[in-house]
Design a protein around this ligand. Structure first.
Ligand code: G16
Length: 544
């Protein structure tokens, strides 16, 4: 079969961000754009000739077309077999699991995760390595360098494929194996959690669960696991059919984009546990009656009670959180006598720690939690963990969180997202803060005082690599903390994220939600960064 070498010109905007390359669909559809990026991955990641790779997408608009391009480039680069989820779809955690169990050399995930879909929306490509985790910074940097010098890519024709037919098909010089995306993943969940106990909980009179798949990839997984295997009443999983435009919903499980769930749990007809996942199934939001569980609290509560869940009954070697995530889990780790690692934003930084067996549980403020069972965050896994905890303790979600606060104190949290159309202005805001770091100690702010401020550098304890410039941290005398960093997942302008954390001692009042409890910190943080003056923006676009 002929491999054709197609001449091309480099694109200057293919630097991967926090999680792969994300751009507008219309940018991805430019001739050669996707091919170039894929070829750069093949060139930088090593020799995949004769190897097996996993592929699948979140089903968003342009999924099938992009997959067809991937097949041609993979065939042109000598890949022996691609393992693909039926219909061309795979959730991110299921893909990670498949890579690991099938001994694949890596995988391509066609997803822009929680970003909006549709022809005017976003598209993305993540590349996972053989451990099932996202490419490390050293590899994404190498891919980026390669995109800047690429002059040709290789393709081979693969013919027509039926992505809905399980089994192996010949695709030109390559094989394509279509697999049921749900089966292996569901079996893994059965090994980690006490399904009998969860089944009894779901069968108990009056208990009501609602899982909102937001018309994204997790629908089939949730129906199979929650309804078929665990016996939740049909209809417990809503918006369960993946749609190219997510049915007009924004597949981001947070209190703003999934406000309908929060309203239900705050209303007179509230259920017992509500949850949602995102476009590619790696994020989660947990809602108890009258309370959205903040991601930092969720991680801390899971760590506190992990011993009650079969998959973690042997104890945790350690835990980790991304730097902007609240320090709630640090207190639990100290109590358990295990290490707690602080990593930069981006799931890939957890992977070395997981591979080395230094941690079993990790999480991020961006509604991501997971464990050593995969090398990606895992939305449905988090929901099952919470259900298992409710079943094992007999305590509802809200009680579990409040009891945690009574024991360890509360780390109230909120994130302000400042959309700054001019990326250079956003960079000026960050540079302005950086320049003043040394002068901030002692400065009064929000009724308290700055103790220290720094720019976060991560030293990976496993491979010794350093990642500098990962965000600015400002610590305050009363235990509060401000963190500033630029988002790495957006596709236009810049988003300055300000993470606000306030500590309330165990015996203090814990009343109020995160946004209200941190409102004055938010004003002070914006002033300190001189956002209005340097970027001409005066209100955050999002308060999450
Ligand atoms: C990605 C990464 C996460 C990260 C998040 C936020 O999530 O996988 O590790 O926390 O982006 O990134 P940022 O603050 O740079 O926008 P996902 O779910 O989009 O893949």
């Amino acid at each position: 079969m002929d491999v054709r070498r197609i001449p091309t010109e480099p694109f200057d905007d293919q630097r991967p961000g926090t999680a792969g390359l994300r751009r507008k669909v219309r940018r991805f559809r430019q001739p050669h754009y996707l091919e170039n990026f894929l070829q750069a991955v093949f060139d930088a990641a090593g020799d995949f000739r004769g190897q097996v790779l996993v592929a699948g997408g979140d089903g968003r608009f342009w999924n099938a077309e992009a997959l067809a391009v991937l097949f041609r480039v993979a065939a042109g680069n000598g890949v022996r077999r691609m393992i693909v989820g039926r219909g061309g779809m795979l959730s991110t955690p299921a893909a990670s699991h498949l890579i690991r169990t099938r001994g694949a050399a890596g995988g391509f995930l066609l997803t822009a995760s929680h970003n909006p879909g549709g022809p005017d929306g976003d598209f993305g490509v993540k590349f996972d390595t053989a451990n099932g985790g996202q490419a490390p910074e050293s590899l994404t940097d190498a891919v980026w360098r390669r995109t800047l010098e690429l002059r040709e890519y290789r393709v081979a024709e693969v013919g027509r494929l039926d992505l809905d037919r399980p089994g192996v098909q010949q695709a030109g010089p390559m094989e394509v194996e279509i697999v049921d995306p749900v089966a292996d993943y569901a079996a893994l969940m059965e090994r980690l959690f006490d399904f009998d106990r969860i089944r009894s909980l779901l069968a108990s009179p009056g208990f009501r669960l609602r899982f909102d798949a937001l018309n994204a990839v997790t629908g089939p997984y949730a129906v199979e696991i929650l309804e078929r295997r665990l016996g939740a009443p049909p209809g417990s999983v809503v918006n369960a059919v993946p749609l190219p435009d997510f049915g007009g919903l924004h597949p981001d499980p947070n209190p703003v984009d999934a406000a309908h769930l929060v309203d239900w749990m705050n209303g007179p007809d509230a259920g017992d546990l509500a949850a949602a996942s995102d476009g590619d199934g790696d994020r989660n939001m947990i809602v108890g009656r009258g309370m959205v569980v903040s991601p930092g609290d969720s991680l801390a509560v899971l760590a506190e009670h992990a011993g009650k869940v079969p998959g973690y009954a042997a104890g945790l070697a350690g835990v980790a959180r991304s730097m902007p995530t609240t320090r709630a889990v640090d207190r639990v780790a100290a109590d358990l006598g295990i290490p707690c690692y602080e990593t930069p934003t981006g799931w890939r930084y957890f992977c070395n720690l997981l591979d080395a067996g230094l941690i079993d549980l990790c999480g991020e403020e961006s509604f991501g939690t997971s464990s050593s069972h995969a090398r990606e965050k895992d939305g449905l896994w988090a929901v099952l963990f919470w259900l298992n905890l409710v079943a094992a303790t007999g305590r509802p979600v809200t009680r579990l969180v409040e009891d945690h606060w009574r024991r360890f104190g509360r780390h109230a949290f909120c994130r302000h997202d400042w959309f700054i159309p001019d990326g250079e202005a956003a960079a000026r805001v960050m540079a302005g803060l950086e320049e003043r770091l040394a002068t901030l100690a002692g400065q009064e702010i929000a009724g308290t005082r700055v103790t220290t401020a720094d720019s976060f550098t991560y030293l990976d304890p496993v491979d010794g690599s350093a990642s500098a410039g990962q965000g600015i941290r400002v610590f305050l005398e009363d235990g509060a903390r401000l963190v500033y960093r630029l988002s790495g997942t957006g596709t236009e302008g810049a988003t300055l994220r300000i993470y606000l954390e306030r500590y309330l001692a165990p015996d203090a009042s814990h009343a109020g939600d995160g946004p209200a409890l941190t409102a004055s910190l938010g004003h002070a943080a914006a002033e300190l960064a001189r956002i209005g003056e340097l970027a001409g923006v005066h209100e955050p676009a999002g308060v999450i």
